[in-house]
Design a binder for this molecule. Structure first.
Ligand code: ATP
Ligand code: MG
Length: 651
């Protein structure tokens, strides 16, 4: 919680002295980026290679009704050439991708930039042979295998637009997305091993395509070797087609504003939105944030544990690291298979220097106990990152002490599918961090805090309200796929002249930013507005609690009551005494107003594949209105919902 006691964690002098950005440089560069965005981004645009250099840097308009966002619009480039070809001369033999399989007894792969070039060229030629060209859409429904990165880069190489669908999504969700973008080809695998179990991806594709009216071919990677049902007219094995094509494929000249990919948001607040990102500005920003937020240096081994089906996998497994000529780890498995030491074993095995994961994973591993961490040598770690949700101080402290041994700066990166890259984040060599705060804006980012009702800017600190961004940045989404009116209505209508993030936030006395959760998740108890994240954070601070999700529900007296779903540590029993104890606990941590009215024991919480709790579903159950849960296609484990409905507390 925010008070005078909030400790700060400055980087060590040793870290700061070798960092790309130290405190003084941050101040100076940030000021320059705000005073003269054109000059700043004109200069930093040069970190990537252009075929035709740009003369126009920024052309953006946030006025509702005329929203238009263009960066480097007259420049041309090829994203894949930036991620591969330009590194070949200096570091062709350097490892680009380290692939770590689900099963630890299977061999890891080290894919050099030269290998990557060959693989991507072959896959690009295969796509061309299937009739895919510039501007065509290709859906990827793949496990976390190198072919997922090859497929993304192969599309980029020929100017096709990729749309990745999580391999954990159902056939229905997949079919809707194939239809949604009129994909010519879907790239998949026979099966996807994950946590020791196999998902039959090809079967799901077959089922999804039953609901697709246009012709969509499938290109199938052989991963498990299992039997699959084959549609002889339109199915192709990648390994067979690779034999028939050349291993060289020229990189197309692509306009800076040509789409690179479509990606759906997680759907935690509503119907997922088909976010469109373009080529030039996106790559500049992904590369720059990857280098500076993690303080990535040449030769470092960097690991982001996300899935490529999430934006984090796009910007921070594939595009950012590879544009920087880095070595990026791709992990097929899950943090708890074969046991809860897997992440740390992989860190030791590949001598990982920067490690980036989600609070949900940190909390889950914290719940298993630190013995699992202590078995591995983590001395290679330099920077730790987190993304996806507010991180509660307990989890932050555990990450810092148990994983980082108190020597690794933690970067709590706040951003969205829509933003393409980090907007609020500490920089590890520059920022004295506070546990739970995303701290400071990245270069060129102008955050503002608005009063929720009036929309008036709150200039003074401390401030609390809704988080908006006052001006564009190069990786901003350009539109919702084939629905520009929805784009404007979602992000630019409510607070005129600003990009509305949908998140609530607090700026403290020092001007540092704290995300308080979704604006939709603010609850109003007897006239007191409260972010659900605050109550959740208090709950998980209790030693018996592993995870908590809090929502409001209609309450006769208070207007809204507080309904808490609580997952206990694996060694704790749910009892009425414990329930009482938690009520008293939250009362003493925050105040009487925050005491939960109802606490339901939840063996599991409904989460998106990226680990976010779907509070909108929990809200429905808390309201005893569980008949219409809305879009649940992006849930990781739909079964947990039935258990929660069955044991609901408000009937
Ligand atoms: P939808 O927009 O469909 O509801 P979503 O918002 O969950 O889905 P994402 O783009 O994956 O989809 O998530 C972005 C959101 O995640 C942010 O708006 C914010 O609420 C949350 N978030 C991400 N990183 C952080 C962070 N470091 N601290 C706090 N919240 C974060
Ligand atoms: Mg969102």
């Amino acid at each position: 919680m925010l008070d005078e006691k909030t400790p700060t964690y400055p980087p060590s002098d040793a870290f700061a002295s070798t960092a790309h950005i130290d405190a003084a440089t941050y101040e100076e560069m940030y000021a320059a980026s705000i005073e003269d965005p054109e000059g700043f981004w004109g200069e930093h645009g040069k970190r990537i290679d252009w075929i035709k250099p740009y003369s126009i840097v920024k052309n953006t308009n946030f006025d509702f009704g005329n929203v238009s966002i263009k960066w480097y619009e007259d420049g041309t480039l090829n994203v894949a050439a930036n991620c591969i070809d330009r590194h070949l001369e200096a570091r062709g033999d350097q490892t680009a991708i380290i692939w770590e399989p689900d099963d630890p007894t299977e061999d890891a792969l080290h894919i050099s930039y030269r290998d990557l070039h060959r693989e991507v060229c072959e896959m690009a030629n295969v796509l061309k042979a299937l009739g895919v060209g510039k501007g065509d859409r290709v859906v990827l429904y793949l496990p976390m295998i190198p072919e997922a990165a090859y497929a993304m880069l192969a599309c980029a190489r020929i100017g096709a637009i990729h749309s990745i669908v999580f391999a954990g999504f159902s056939a229905d969700a997949l079919g809707a997305r194939i239809n949604g973008c009129d994909a010519k080809v879907v790239i998949t695998a026979d099966g996807a091993p994950r946590g020791g179990r196999v998902t039959n991806l090809k079967d799901n594709v077959n089922q999804a395509l039953l609901n697709v009216i246009h012709t969509c071919q499938s290109l199938v990677v052989r991963r498990t070797g299992q039997q699959v049902a084959w549609r002889s007219e339109t199915d192709h094995w990648l390994h067979e087609m690779k034999e028939t094509v050349s291993d060289d494929c020229p990189a197309e000249e692509i306009g800076a504003e040509d789409p690179l990919f479509i990606l759906y948001t997680s759907g935690s607040t509503g119907q997922p939105k088909g976010v469109v990102h373009t080529s030039g500005g996106y790559l500049v920003y992904a590369a720059m944030t990857h280098q500076m937020t993690f303080d990535y240096h040449d030769g470092d081994v960097y690991w982001c544990t996300a899935d490529v089906g999430w934006v984090t996998g796009h910007s921070y497994i594939v595009y950012g690291p590879l544009a920087n000529g880095g070595t990026t780890v791709m992990f097929e498995g899950v943090p708890t298979y074969p046991d809860a030491s897997r992440f740390w074993q992989v860190c030791e095995k590949h001598k990982v220097n920067q490690f980036y994961t989600a609070p949900t994973a940190i909390r889950a591993l914290m719940g298993k106990g630190k013995e699992f961490v202590e078995k591995s040598d983590l001395s290679s770690l330099k920077t730790l990152g987190t993304v996806g949700e507010p991180i509660n101080p307990e989890a932050w402290n555990w990450y810092n002490e148990v994983v980082g041994k108190g020597t690794c700066p933690i970067v709590d990166t706040w951003w969205q599918t829509e933003t393409g890259g980090h907007l609020l984040t500490p920089l590890p060599g520059a920022t004295a961090t506070k546990p739970g705060s995303a701290m400071t804006p990245f270069f060129g980012i102008k955050p503002v805090v608005l009063e929720p009702e009036s929309g008036k800017i709150i200039d003074d600190d401390p401030a609390e309200g809704v988080l908006c961004i006052a001006d564009s940045w190069p990786a901003q989404m350009r539109t919702v796929w084939e629905d520009h009116p929805r784009f404007e209505a979602t992000y630019f209508q409510q607070y005129k002249g600003y990009y509305f993030t949908g998140d609530g936030c607090r700026r403290d006395e020092d001007g540092h930013y704290w995300i308080t959760g979704r604006v939709d998740d603010v609850i109003n108890v007897s006239g007191h507005r409260m972010g659900t994240a605050e109550v959740e954070s208090a709950l998980v601070a209790h030693e018996a609690v592993s995870e908590a999700a809090v929502v409001g529900y209609p309450h006769d007296v208070k207007g809204q009551g507080i309904y808490a779903y609580v997952t206990l540590m694996s060694n704790k029993e749910p009892t009425d005494e414990l329930r009482k104890e938690l009520e008293v606990w939250v009362r003493s941590e925050i105040g009487p107003i925050a005491k939960p009215d109802l606490i339901q024991w939840a063996p599991g919480l409904p989460k998106t594949r990226s680990g976010k709790i779907m509070r909108r579903i929990l809200r429905k159950i808390a309201e005893n209105d569980y008949g219409s849960l809305g879009d649940t296609s992006t849930l990781a484990e739909p079964e947990v919902v039935d258990n929660l409905i069955e044991n609901r507390m408000n009937r």
